[in-house]
Design a protein around this ligand. Structure first.
Ligand SMILES: Nc1nc2c(ncn2[C@@H]2O[C@H](COP(=O)(O)OP(=O)(O)OP(=O)(O)O)[C@@H](O)[C@H]2O)c(=O)[nH]1
Ligand SMILES: [Mg+2]
Length: 187
């Protein structure tokens, strides 16, 4: 059988030289939408599910980076760990409205990072509507048990939205970009 990677394996081997940001998270969390916004500055509402992976290059302030999304559907999650060792930063996107799947997101995230104690982690609490309610970030931190991941790791949690053309969307995504630049610029 043809794996989803066969047609595109040239992208992942030989290893690339640009710093790599790996973008993971359950299906429907909004990975592709966030990437689309980051790269085009435009909100887009109908993006098809990622059936394999989705790779984009981004240049910010003279720094070039590769952003690699691997689809989040159950079958594709088996491939997630293969991309960890090349990653400089992991961006993990969660749907902060769909509380019923936070436990699954938490389990996947913890399983993934068990072997990578030092990989910087940026969790995006996506699908924010307007200003998030007081204490929201703390709740989410708890629900994802982020304290268990944070000993030697740089860890950030940012609220984002990606599908509405609004100032809060633009600002949230700008924060993500700036954070990536900071993380990738450190020695
Ligand atoms: N309301 C709202 N909807 C969003 C937001 N981000 C993404 N969506 C919607 O959520 C659905 C899934 O978004 P995708 O970007 O395809 O999610 P994904 O994480 O790439 O999913 P897979 O590729 O299947 O792993 C789409 O219908 C998006 O329009 C957001 O910030 N707010
Ligand atoms: Mg996608």
């Amino acid at each position: 059988a043809v794996t989803p990677w066969a047609a595109t394996s040239g992208h992942i081997w030989p290893p690339r030289t640009l710093p790599q940001v790996l973008v993971l998270g359950l299906d429907g969390a909004g990975k592709s939408s966030v990437l689309h916004y980051i790269c085009s500055q435009k909100a887009r509402t109908h993006i098809p599910p990622t059936l394999g992976f989705n790779s984009v290059q981004l240049r910010v302030e003279g720094l070039e980076m590769d952003l690699l999304e691997v689809g989040g559907s159950y079958n594709l999650r088996a491939y997630w760990p293969l991309y960890l060792s090349d990653a400089h930063v992991l961006v993990f996107v969660v749907d902060s409205v769909d509380r019923s799947r936070l436990l699954t997101a938490r389990q996947e995230l913890h399983a993934l990072l068990a072997e990578e104690p030092r990989l910087p982690l940026v969790v995006l609490a996506n699908k924010q509507v307007g200003a998030s309610k007081h204490g929201f970030t703390e709740e989410l931190r708890e629900e994802l048990a982020l304290h268990l991941l944070s000993e030697q790791r740089e860890l950030f949690l940012l609220p984002t939205s990606a599908t509405r053309a609004s100032l809060s969307t633009a600002t949230s995504v700008l924060h993500v970009k700036n954070l990536l630049v900071t993380l990738l610029s450190q020695p």
